[in-house]
Design a protein around this ligand. Structure first.
Ligand code: AMP
Length: 153
């Protein structure tokens, strides 16, 4: 099974590239941001906790996201491969991913980094905010997310 990590700042195009890889190779897609937005929509306990962090442009605590990821990964068992989009975002998460994969006889197959200049990221995220209405795609929160990316990811 292929385990592909797609890595890059908010707005770098991880979701867009993931969709192309899913279509071309038939991989399963795990976007931790999408999973969290689903939890918020379903008004689960995790969703309620996550919303506070997401609205502030901050990362969800490692232990919460790592537990969630393990469950989602196991639900994709039997697929040809998985794309990790938006995970890992901290060193603890990278270590947890390695441990999770190794405990299942797997490893990271490849990592793709999307490197986009910051002015371009801001421009794209503001446009996405206008189109999708994502609560965290506003100028103030985007700035915080880029600081968090540079400092923690
Ligand atoms: P994204 O859709 O990947 O831009 O993620 C949106 C928000 O979800 C982030 O700003 C974080 O608050 C949260 N999030 C997504 N993935 C992670 C992660 N791996 N670790 C911590 N928080 C995350």
């Amino acid at each position: 099974m292929d385990n592909i990590v797609i890595f890059g700042a908010p707005g770098s195009g991880k979701g867009t590239y993931s969709a192309a890889l899913v279509e071309h190779f038939g991989y399963a897609h795990i976007s931790t941001g999408d999973v969290l937005r689903g939890e918020i929509k379903a008004d689960t306990e995790l969703g309620r906790i996550a919303k506070g962090y997401m609205d502030q442009g901050q990362l969800i605590p490692d232990e919460l996201i790592i537990d969630m990821l393990a469950n989602v990964y196991d639900s994709k068992k039997g697929s040809k491969g998985v794309i990790f989009d938006g995970f890992p975002r901290t060193i603890a998460q990278a270590e947890a991913l390695k441990a999770l994969l190794n405990s299942r006889g797997q490893d990271v197959t490849a990592m793709i980094e999307l490197d986009v200049p910051e002015e371009e990221l801001m421009d794209r995220l503001l446009k996405r905010g206008q189109l999708s209405g994502r609560a965290d795609d506003n100028e103030e929160t985007i700035k915080k997310r880029l600081v968090v990316y540079n400092e923690q990811t």
